[in-house]
Design a protein around this ligand. Structure first.
Ligand SMILES: Nc1nc2c(ncn2[C@@H]2O[C@H](COP(=O)(O)OP(=O)(O)OP(=O)(O)O)[C@@H](O)[C@H]2O)c(=O)[nH]1
Ligand SMILES: [Mg+2]
Length: 387
């Protein structure tokens, strides 16, 4: 795999901090593009090899951020679209990190649209605001999320409350730091897995094929990771994954409901076949709606003695009668994709620019029926361009 095949992009201030953590956690070289409208945030990011920071929309916002206005975030990206496109280059797979709630996140749907037009497959990690945050931030997240889903190949939405561990007594700064650490660790592992493929590689090209075999895209997924050591490390990692709160965002076990799982195992040369057996057998037994399982391994000498496992669970299969496997209820049910997700996607496709009226600045949109004809046909119809 070429190191340029994989690119991490973050949009906004909080996402910049997390992207920096990913760079610290990834054992493989990381090419990352940290984008924000706020100059001060980017000044605070410590430089790292392969990680570049860019302020966009400076002409409009003078490097001061959007003040929470998502339309300004989108306009700022349009202003500097060609420069950002040049910085993106030609990766095969991009991981986009966005913390919904702020105005700069308004740029993310357009960025995804740009990546899609470039033929880049996209995996989106989007956080939603803490419950204590203001209504404006929650509203902003609600509007942006469906537009992100409409443009992404796959998307996970992680509530910050869940990432922080639901500990309300935690000081705010510590809760933010914990979120950044947890997301940074998980993404760092995923990065190492894709960029540092081992005996069973899951490199950018394989991952891309997996993501794009579904033409429509926008597949929801959940993810969690576990790092264990000791004689029973495979059993321990399996138990931790099966119990991971991140697989139960609304009391529904996303892992048990998954139609596909991607399992990444990162270990040293001491990784034993029976450990892979323990993990895969245990996961298959738990995932009662499973249609396909993918396994990738990364071998790194520095991981000797530890076993790191990251699992991505895609698509929540519908249970018979339209229900889903609730926590604790564990029996085989039918396959298929979430109808709720499909509905949200369809609604978002109708207006991929979200609240923005037009993809061009200062021009009235060309409306025909309920469609905005300024939106390219392939976007309106959800057609993937093969590049
Ligand atoms: N983990 C973490 N999350 C944060 C932090 N600050 C804000 N957030 C979350 O990220 C969301 C977006 O906030 P920012 O990233 O500051 O906003 P922005 O995208 O830069 O947009 P504007 O500043 O409004 O232009 C917030 O609503 C919070 O949910 C932080 O320091 N750490
Ligand atoms: Mg900001």
């Amino acid at each position: 795999m070429n190191a340029d095949d994989l690119l991490l992009i973050s949009v906004g201030g909080a996402a910049a901090t997390i992207a920096r953590r990913v760079a610290e956690n990834a054992s493989a070289p990381l090419r990352a593009l940290i984008l924000d409208t706020d100059d001060a945030t980017l000044q605070a990011i410590t430089p790292a090899v392969g990680v570049s920071t860019t302020v966009f929309g400076a002409k409009r916002l003078a490097g001061r951020g959007t003040g929470g206005d998502r339309n300004l975030g989108a306009s700022a990206l349009r202003d500097d679209a060609s420069q950002i496109q040049a910085q993106i280059g030609a990766p095969r797979l991009a991981v986009l990190l966005v913390c919904c709630g702020g105005g700069t996140s308004g740029a993310a749907p357009l960025l995804l649209e740009m990546l899609r037009a470039l033929g880049v497959a996209t995996l989106v990690f989007a956080t939603t605001p803490f419950a204590f945050e203001g209504d404006d931030r929650h509203r902003c997240a609600k509007i942006i999320l469906p537009t992100l889903a409409a443009q992404a190949d796959a998307i996970t939405t992680v509530p910050l409350d869940l990432l922080a561990g639901g500990d309300a007594a935690l000081p705010q700064a510590e809760a933010f730091a914990r979120v950044a650490d947890r997301l940074g660790a998980g993404l760092g592992l995923l990065w190492s897995l894709i960029a540092h493929a081992g005996f069973l590689p899951l490199d950018a090209e394989r991952f891309r094929r997996f993501l794009t075999h579904d033409v429509a895209g926008g597949r929801p997924f959940c993810f969690a990771e576990a790092v264990c050591a000791g004689e029973r490390r495979a059993d321990d990692a399996l138990a931790r994954l099966l119990a991971a709160p991140r697989f139960r965002p609304d009391g529904v076990d996303c892992l048990a409901n998954a139609a596909q799982i991607v399992v990444g195992v990162l270990a040293g040369p001491d990784l034993r076949l029976c450990e892979l057996g323990v993990l895969m057998t245990g996961l298959r037994a738990h995932c009662v709606a499973l249609q396909e399982a993918y396994l990738g391994t990364a071998n790194e000498a520095s991981r000797e003695g530890t076993l790191a496992v990251v699992v991505l669970a895609f698509g929540q299969a519908l249970a018979e009668g339209g229900g889903r496997v609730e926590e604790g209820v564990h029996e085989a049910r039918g396959g298929g994709r979430s109808r709720k997700g499909a509905k949200a996607k369809a609604a978002a496709r109708a207006n991929p620019l979200g609240a923005a009226r037009n993809r061009f600045n200062d021009v009235e949109p060309t409306l025909h029926g309920d469609q905005n004809l300024d939106t390219p046909t392939y976007l309106r119809r959800g057609i993937r361009l093969a590049r």
